[in-house]
Design a protein around this ligand. Sequence first.
Ligand code: IVH
Length: 705
Amino acid sequence: MSATDGRSGEGREGLNPPRNAVDALDEGAAAAELAWLAAEIARHDRAYHEQDAPEISDAAYDALVARNRAIEARFPALVRDDSPSRRVGAAAAEGFAKLRHGVPMLSLNNAFAAEDFAEFCASIRRFLGLKEEALHFVGEPKIDGLSVNLTYENGRFVRGATRGDGAEGEDITANLRTLADLPLRLKGAAPERVEIRGEVFCGKAAFLAFNAAEAEAGRRVFANPRNFAAGSLRQLDAKITAARPLQLFAYAMGAASSLAVETHWDWLEQLRGWGFKVNPLSSRLETEADAAAFQARVGAERAALAYDIDGVVYKLDRLDWQTRLGFVGRAPRWAIAWKFPAEQATTRLLRIEIQVGRTGALTPRAVMEPVNVGGVVVQHATLHNEDEIARKDVRPGDTVVLQRAGDVIPQIVSAVLEKRPAESEAFVFPQLCPVCGSHAVRPEGEVVRRCSGGLTCGAQAVERLRHFVARNTMDIEGLGEERIQELFDLGWLRSPADIFRLPGRAAELSQREGWGETSVRNLLRGIAARETPGFDRFIFALGIRRIGEANAKLLARHYHSLPEWREKMIAARIIGSEAREELGSIQGIGPTIAQELVEFFAEERNLAALDDLAGLVRPQPVEVAASDSPFAGRTVVFTGTLETMTRPEAEAQAERLGAKVTKSVSKKTDFLIVGADAGSKAAKAAELGVTTLTEAAFRALAGMA
Ligand code: IVH
């Protein structure tokens, strides 16, 4: 048994892609793979935590982490500074107030087989000292959605939160109010205060239909219903949540002012009585043996259900026993999630397509005969990179085993070798870009092969345009993927600036098949709405390698305006220049990122495209929260070891107060905060006459004392 929650631990479900044995790696190959894994895992972390849009299943993610761990265990000298094993999870989203749960929201231990369930029952008996007495359970299908905590006072819905870290979540009250399944008033008598827990989720059909419409409109699609539910609930605008097809099943209680029920089953009845939906498959089980039968019954119905489930949760029925059993770690002793195996199917691999991304990366994608995997028809799977294809040895024409673990994009587990056609040949990864014919190069030590064609490559140009208009960058409505390709092929749209010239082609556009007045009008409105984008979004939209959302924010905050940034980036081309030092001093911008920026600005074509764009849009400086703190607008450097807080905490606090935190002392530094064992920075500050503060003085001025 192992505790799982969200994405962790799901690796037990059996997705173990055959890979080169770690023992067979030499140091060069190991270093290359670790570099790739660090970048890949970081990308998936951002996709999952910050964008609610994972690209791979939990199981596939866990396999990457496990692989990283295994290689590091064999080559400890190669552990990287940015290794995933050294990082902790992503920070909570900004923008929502925090709400503390009355009782913590926990996760569940998992069972994968009848023996695990038997051991779970045995441990309950041991703990409670029971002999012959029967254990009654309630079995409830486990939907992988988003758990929420709903607080009712005197029968009225007053607050609702996400689970968050278990102790406190995000206040999403306004969004929850829009759910049709959520009673705003409890029917009948209600206690003074009660917390109700349940799962917000989206059905398979509604999810697929929503994604299809999003894809049609050229917007980002969601990887699975869970992320769809999470993304929909964590909207700052409740109108967006209201338009999403979300459902709610209630299944547990949190804090309550008074309790009249004695069993979990009665509690579910109470929830039904108050007007909640409780999963209709939920059943009371009289003996332990009934659980196995229930597991089989729900398993048989699984594919036909309207929503994805990944197992059954079994809860001990007697609440007094639940209380005595309590918790270990973050999971109760009285409940368990018995997981189903990942849904699998076999089909034929028709071909392996190579997609060319924004940065020229060649990514292989499997195209298969459409097959129904657990109620969802799939025909594509990602194959990650050329080494992965070689490791799995999958070949066009093979019969392959596909696996879907709640996600729409499945994994290829393996090829069925007995069914391999005699004439089959191993897949040869192309050495030329399939779109523009340029050489595709795989630098020594890297796993990814890239097209060297840059912007002359149609695929890269189109992908950059798609990135430019995407929801989290410039967010231009009315310009979907297909439309971009169409306008690109026409030659009307080659660079981002061309987008802002499209209004000049409105008449021609509305003549085109498939456009019509409304779509042209929507497009023009979408474009007009983005002529004054936030500077950070603008920077992110440029699609510079390694400049994601977070780095774009750092740059926008530091440089304030496009002209200033442009000038400094050009000056930073010269190593040792003041501008280069300044760039290197920004907290969070390392040498690799600085190098990418400088290279981008060293390329004449990029500068021309940027200047062209600068004549058409006016990026707005990011607002730094107005603050009357002495640190607002000041440049601050920390040095030495702090005693009462960690460096990241201190830096975050300074930033919250409107400071710019940099790494090195220069004449632009306003304050140097000096901890224990400070070295050369303190000397330099003294030399330059920079004000130095002790940690205590910093705390006092920062209002932390
Ligand atoms: S009970 C201590 N009941 O599973 C009780 N959870 O791994 C913990 N879930 O965060 C929750 N269906 O998102 C419970 N019928 C059900 C559930 C359920 C789905 C999810 C929930 C929770 C996770 C725990």
